[in-house]
Ligand binder design. Structure first.
Ligand SMILES: C[S@@+](CC[C@H](N)C(=O)[O-])C[C@H]1O[C@@H](n2cnc3c(N)ncnc32)[C@H](O)[C@@H]1O
Length: 257
């Protein structure tokens, strides 16, 4: 634990070396469960691209017109590195915020707008959802993942604030505490607790996932009903969803009517 990340971007930087063809394939297989139609002539935008892993997986499933952006400079750097290291085509990659109305006004509309685990970290979730939705073409798709609302929201928020404001010792303590929780739950499942740092979905190992959770501020949540109703008012019909419990991201796949 040599470097403690200040932001998502610095967490991605430390994780880029863990990305390999296998992780990209796993992510691509996951996307195919949602997008099971021909995409070779479709455009896609990955809002809050993070490491760029999703953009890579979209290329793997056939997209040729890919735009990726993130508010974090280091995320943009990592995504550019991933693009040149692993892919055959050049994506349009830049630094921007989804809350920037000028950006929304000047952007072309896309066949698929994708934003996984991002819009709740902007500090203005509902505006971010609305701005992202404005980038979807008629009959296009809107694929988002948002933290699920639950009774522990305030405790989770306080933890993240404590981590942000804490010194090195507190930060390390909170990371170790989270690792212990993972080890304990493995023990209860009669699994080897020392193998806690397994690779999870979306290519992250548990350690990076813990850091991703702790640095995740701003932090907002929404219930599935709230998301569905809000998007309905913006002329979207829910096609498919995968709802998880609190502290997890529920996924929503909408079509613009
Ligand atoms: C939890 S990460 C998710 C990254 C990626 N989408 C994924 O699925 O792995 C959240 C990302 O949202 C980005 N982000 C936060 N606020 C943003 C904003 N206003 N506009 C664009 N990106 C933003 C962060 O910099 C970070 O890379």
């Amino acid at each position: 634990m040599k470097i403690l990340p200040k932001s998502f971007g610095s967490n991605w930087k430390s994780y880029i070396n863990l990305i390999d063809q296998n992780k990209i394939e796993i992510m691509a297989e996951d996307l195919k469960k949602w997008i099971d139609f021909d995409v070779s002539n479709m455009s896609l935008i990955d809002i809050g691209c993070g490491s760029g892993l999703s953009s890579l997986a979209f290329e793997r499933i056939g997209f040729r017109d890919i735009t990726s952006f993130d508010v974090d400079e280091e995320s943009v750097e990592v995504t550019k590195e991933m693009n040149s290291k692993f892919s055959k085509i050049k994506w349009n990659i830049f630094q921007a915020s989804i809350l920037d109305d000028q950006l929304i006004k000047n952007s072309k509309k896309m066949d698929i707008v994708y934003s996984w685990g991002v819009l709740h970290h902007t500090g203005n979730m509902w505006k971010a959802i609305e701005n992202a939705s404005l980038l979807v073409k008629k009959n296009g798709y809107f694929f988002i993942a948002i933290y699920t609302k639950g009774p522990n929201y305030q405790n989770h928020l306080n933890d993240k604030i404590r981590f942000k404001n804490g010194g090195l010792l507190r930060k390390k303590f909170m990371i170790y505490l989270n690792i212990l929780v993972h080890m304990k739950s493995r023990l209860l499942l009669k699994k080897n607790p020392f193998k806690w740092n397994r690779t999870k979905r979306r290519g992250m190992n548990v350690y990076h996932d813990i850091l991703d959770w702790l640095v995740g501020l701003p932090y907002e949540v929404a219930s599935p009903d709230e998301i569905e109703n809000f998007c309905k008012k913006l002329s979207f019909k829910l096609i498919k969803s995968d709802i998880t419990g609190e502290a997890g991201c529920s996924q929503y796949f909408f079509k613009k009517e």
